[in-house]
Design a protein around this ligand. Sequence first.
Ligand code: FE
Ligand code: FE
Ligand code: ZN
Length: 277
Amino acid sequence: MLHIGCHLSVSKGFYHMGKQALSIGADTFQFFTRNPRGASAKKLDLDDAAKLNELMAQNNFAPIVAHAPYTLNACSADENIRNLAKTMMAEDIKNLDNVSNVLYNFHPGSHVGQGVDIGIEFICQMLNEIMYEEQKSIILLETMAGKGSEVGSAFEELRRIIDGVNLSDKLGVCLDTCHVNDAGYDIVNNLDGVLEEFDRVIGIERLKAIHINDSINPLGAHKDRHAKIGEGHIGTDAFERIINHPYLRNLPFNLETPNDLDGYADEIKLLRGLYHE
Ligand code: FE
Ligand code: FE
Ligand code: ZN
């Protein structure tokens, strides 16, 4: 079965997202752990989390994805911003110990001109300070488009982060189809080759989740503008190959396309129709 869902708003709580996911034919979903533009998180409602856990178990949900705010930058040149990233992430992974079957995804960061080496060093430093042996969630590094000074648009950079983290058995990768296209990996004409490269550089067993987005921009544009499925440079045929690829077909896919709930329901239906059971 195709495990698919979309990005949902956490504003009405965890259980509400679970019900919403079911209503659009999803068996996974993603949410921001806090307002993406702000820093503050609502205090975790333990009852609400327990109700979601029950709903997910009853309905055989695939792992869900908690997304760190995209303003979080672990490798800023500003120490205050780096510390804020650390505080937020430490709080998030602690909270997520109360949610079952959840992956915690974040954008590795932007080095803002300090260079990739320093960026990677800061990212590893942060992860080494906040991760702990008993944490329940796996932390995912997202593949980035390479916009500005983003770290993580090359598989080699993600490999270096993994190599620099002590508890790296709790690290994985989330592959964003729009981002890898924009980073220059040709998943349209050479999906096998790209995934073989991923396997060679990172190890395919690290791949835990997919963000399934079309891209407004062509291969290698380094832009990061998501399009609806079939309305960008990746196209529906490529997505059919992506969701059915033996390396990918059992992973949770989450849409981050520009859609309202009805639009997401349509895309989920479209993709389920393209899946070979
Ligand atoms: Fe993301
Ligand atoms: Fe993404
Ligand atoms: Zn993006």
